[in-house]
Design a protein around this ligand. Sequence first.
Ligand SMILES: [Ca+2]
Length: 212
Amino acid sequence: MKTSRELLRSSRRWATTLAAVCVTHSIAQAGVFYDESVSGDLSGLFSAPLQGGNLSIGNNTISGSSISTDRDYITFTIPAGQAVTSMTLSSFVSADDVIFVALTAGNTSINPATANSNLGSMLGYGHPGVPHLGTDILDNLAAGAGAAGFSAPLTPGDYTLWIQQTQAQNVAYSFDLTAVPEPADAAWAVAALLAGTAAYRHHQRRNANGKV
Ligand SMILES: [Ca+2]
């Protein structure tokens, strides 16, 4: 059985931990995950996408452009204890109105030459564009006909995006992948903090009564 002093120390540690998480979250609000204008064109090989690495808590922005046969492939990893709640089309600049996006599990995408007969190997796909600007497109991708489908949030693991404009008009795009602590972890942290707060109040009451 912990003493009230121990519980108070525990609650302070949790408050510090939670504050650190909040600071990290605010710092990561507008993180660049990959920007073609800075780091170069993304891989055009479905079997060897650019390996993007781990997402950070907050927004992870992928920016690039595609025209005609320029396929853009990039992987991202959702670390253990995190989840991706949304993929927002945050920018779309083109004379055309849509772009093609597909999501697969793992570190490779599917062969575009046989994609039409292999839709089930994708988690989802869709054609987001002007009507989706500023909205989450995970639900649109999950609804891709013939795809395996999935439910948001995306859970820890490796994923690959295939982004491509198939028409002659260039598309400049940005997507924001929003990563958060997994709900179970966040709920546990809050519950622990609340338990610590209750212990602290108990400690204060005992102090007021001349007890420790
Ligand atoms: Ca590109």
